[in-house]
Design a binder for this molecule. Structure first.
Ligand SMILES: C[S@@+](CC[C@H](N)C(=O)[O-])C[C@H]1O[C@@H](n2cnc3c(N)ncnc32)[C@H](O)[C@@H]1O
Length: 416
């Protein structure tokens, strides 16, 4: 199992993003539901959380508050650590959990519980109850094309084949299995349920006690407790715990899903304490902008639109031939984005493959472009002036760039 997940680590997020081998899969509503699930996780109250079997941290990064990421796979954790540089990383087996009773406020786990066999499940539930008062479990929803429980054959990009035990849940079914909890999310693809335990530490796995005092589990900690990728101990973040868990985007569903994916609230929480989370969820979340920029049609439409503008400009200038060439080039570019297949780069540039890492790359690339462009403008301005000309239009463009920069800084500071 460890080998499977180590091999899968680099391509794991393709499952969420619908790239790689998953690009060809017909999964209606998948992207919207992944976004809604992330929003639902981001809307959980701020708590000190242990994410058991965190994988690449795709879901973990949306948890607010101090987060510890536990997984057996070094490569999965490597990606999670890159994503959440300030999170605590723990490489170890999940059973038993190498933590003291009540060490966390919440245990969170995604797509792990459904891989546990009888016996392991009970042990996991007991361990989760021991280390935290609350347990939140995310897993796959029952699907017509899958048995509720099955042995699956998984094929990775390198062609290797692996066998995996996997279960699918209904929201109420999962909540009942957790020992009576509430369904927090009940979609077409994912379910999330929460069990609140009265007193953490009531069921202690004896084998773990030794690990708490410096046993082998301790040695596998690669870094010590810090704050999470969100905002850790900042006052704004702590205040956010008073916000209702569903004040944000995906609403809870307590019955077996009449309508599949939960509709999202149009009115996000107005609490000032949620500003950080709100910014983050709109950055990664479900705003119209997000949907537009992450659509597979965005880049092709933009390319063709730009081609048409080029055509119109050349035509107006009396050079229809060059305009048609411009349109043709931009249309081909749009087609490359649309039919670019499994290329992660094209998918990231084009929109659908954008995750947080891609957003960060995009911001850095845009900043680098701006830097070199402005440097070139200043150079051209100085060249022109040095040759006895007035420096147009480079001087004006430099001034424009300076004004835009100052306005952007002021706006971003105002927005917080
Ligand atoms: C399907 S992935 C889920 C990743 C992530 N939680 C998510 O929801 O996307 C399962 C993860 O469980 C980890 N895992 C499997 N068995 C484990 C065990 N016994 N102890 C710790 N981690 C385990 C794997 O390394 C893998 O990262």
């Amino acid at each position: 199992m460890r080998e499977y997940y180590d091999r899968r680590a680099a391509e794991y997020d393709e499952w969420y993003m619908g790239t790689g081998l998953f690009a060809a899969r017909e999964r209606p509503g998948w992207h919207e539901e992944v976004a809604a699930l992330c929003d639902a996780i981001a809307a959980l109250p701020v708590k000190t959380t242990l994410d058991v079997a965190c994988g690449t941290g795709f879901l973990t990064r949306h948890l607010n508050g101090s987060v510890a990421c536990l997984d057996q796979s070094e490569r999965m954790l490597g990606i999670a650590a890159e994503r959440m540089p300030s999170a605590r990383i723990v490489r170890t087996e999940a059973l038993p959990l190498p933590f003291a009773d009540g060490a966390f406020e919440r245990v969170f786990t995604g797509h792990f519980y459904g891989h546990l066999r009888p016996g392991e499940r009970e042990q996991f539930l007991a361990e989760a109850a021991r280390v935290a008062a609350e347990l939140v479990v995310v897993d796959s929803r029952e699907r017509p094309d899958h048995a509720a429980e099955e042995e699956q054959e998984r094929i990775l990009n390198d062609g290797s084949v692996h066998r995996v035990f996997k279960r699918y849940f209904t929201g109420p079914g999962l909540a009942a299995e957790l020992g009576g909890g509430e369904v927090l999310f009940d979609g077409d693809w994912f379910v999330m349920a929460r069990r609140a335990t009265a007193v953490p530490g009531t069921r202690v796995a004896p084998s773990c006690q030794a690990d708490l005092t410096g046993g082998p589990c301790q040695a596998s900690f690669t870094s010590c407790r810090t704050t999470s990728a969100c905002c850790g101990t900042q006052p704004a973040c702590r205040r956010a715990s008073s916000r209702p868990p569903w004040g944000c985007r995906a609403r809870p569903s307590t019955r077996s899903r009449p309508g599949g994916t939960p509709p999202r609230s149009r009115s996000p929480s107005r609490s000032p304490a949620t500003s950080t989370a709100r910014w983050r969820t709109s950055f990664m979340g479900t705003t119209t902008m997000h949907r537009v920029f992450h659509s597979r049609w965005w880049m092709p439409a933009f390319s063709v639109g730009l081609g048409l503008a080029v055509l119109a400009a050349f035509w107006a200038g009396g050079d229809l031939g060059s305009g048609l060439w411009g349109l043709a080039v931009m249309t081909v570019l749009g087609a490359v984005f649309l039919f670019g297949g499994r290329s992660e780069t094209l998918s990231g540039l084009g929109g659908p493959g954008r995750d947080e890492r891609w957003e960060a790359i995009d911001i850095r690339a845009t900043a680098a472009t701006g830097f070199f462009l402005i440097t070139a403008l200043i150079g051209a301005f100085l060249w022109e002036v040095g040759h006895g000309r007035d420096g147009s239009p480079y001087g004006q463009l430099c001034a424009f760039a300076g004004i835009v920069y100052i306005a952007a800084v002021a706006f971003l500071r105002w927005r917080g």
